[in-house]
Design a protein around this ligand. Structure first.
Ligand code: AVJ
Length: 325
């Protein structure tokens, strides 16, 4: 099976000068931190696809196995005449598995800010489903969406958010995003969201510290990007990647660590890094089934169904409005 990765949110950034401001603000704060969407320039997206093929990175394989096993049942739960709104631009295999089983889908709406991944995702899907109406939306999915008028009335709008990308958001932001999605899907709608599950530390840490060093290259590529786009002078050899599982918080925390004391130019700012200073660049939250249900509840949502792969590594959660909401 070719494990085609997914095209991730790329360039979820405000235009140019604003990028410098985001980075300067992050590097001035204490402790230093930069947003994880900075990973996904062209090179970063390609590296992420390579991560998905590493033996240690179980997430993508588990999610595909889950869909292969349960897609028919998932489609049954969602019912006929679904409008499928995807946060992201179509993860070749995952979206295909789902669409293959859906009865008379009304439309597929990929939401992807970055135009090239969006174009490729649409092309790929059109080949497999020539009859399926595709209504792309080239916007940032963390902002409120105005969905296009569907070609016919859907029975239900389902927001599909695969890949455990929700894990990149801290709890409060994740709840906000789910709350926003709740509004977009309407009364009869649902959210189908991938969430990585808690498991032993060794398995999780290995997934973010692959032996081939692809994740390290992915992490440090953020500095390459800043050098190129903002004229910074990060010395690549003077930083390293560190990913540790924080079991208390239930998340992988990824840092870029300075190997020595050094100064870096970021626009007009000179940023001092101390030896061993760690700059936070990503959280990847892991959930128990209870954790996720509690998160959903804070957003006025209830878990209707959960599917997992047979090894219990990864979950796909189907959320609908709770009465309390
Ligand atoms: C794309 C957010 C699901 O957090 O597992 C992979 C990104 N970072 N290895 C994840 C990532 C390091 C990935 N997501």
């Amino acid at each position: 099976m070719s494990v085609q990765a997914y095209v991730v949110r790329d360039e979820q950034r405000p235009p140019d000068n604003a990028l410098l401001q985001v980075v300067q603000r992050g590097l001035r704060s204490q402790p230093k931190r930069l947003p994880s969407w900075l990973f996904y320039d062209e090179q970063g997206s390609a590296l992420f696809e390579q991560i998905c093929e590493q033996p240690e990175y179980y997430l993508t394989r588990a999610e595909i196995a889950l869909l292969s096993e349960h897609a028919a049942n998932i489609a049954e739960v969602l019912g006929p005449d679904v409008r499928l709104v995807e946060y992201g631009s179509g993860h070749a295999i995952k979206t295909r598995l789902l669409l293959e089983h859906l009865a008379t889908p009304v439309a597929w709406v990929p939401v992807e800010l970055s135009s090239e991944p969006l174009r490729l995702g649409m092309q790929r899907m059109a080949q497999h489903f020539p009859e399926l109406p595709i209504q792309p939306l080239s916007v940032d999915f963390t902002r409120p969406l105005r969905l296009p008028v569907p070609p016919r009335a859907p029975r239900r709008t389902v927001l599909y958010f695969p890949g455990s990308t929700i894990g990149n958001f801290e709890e409060r932001e994740a709840a906000q995003l789910l709350r926003k999605m709740r509004g977009e899907m309407g009364d009869n709608g649902g959210i189908l969201v991938g969430a990585d599950l808690k498991k032993d530390r060794a398995t999780i840490e290995a997934a973010y510290n692959d032996r081939a060093g692809v994740t390290e290259a992915f992490t440090l590529n953020m500095l390459t990007r800043l050098n190129r786009e903002l004229g910074c002078n990060f010395e690549l050899g003077a930083f390293r990647h560190r990913s540790r599982y924080n079991a208390m918080a239930g998340r992988i925390e990824t840092y870029i660590v300075s190997k020595r004391e050094q100064r870096v130019r970021v626009g007009r700012l000179q940023v001092l890094f101390r030896e061993d200073e760690a700059m936070l660049v990503e959280y990847s939250c892991k959930y128990s089934l209870e954790d996720f249900a509690a998160l959903a509840a804070t957003a006025g949502l209830a878990v209707q169904h959960v599917w997992t792969d047979s090894a219990g590594m990864f979950s796909l959660q189907y959320l609908t409005r709770s009465n309390a909401g």
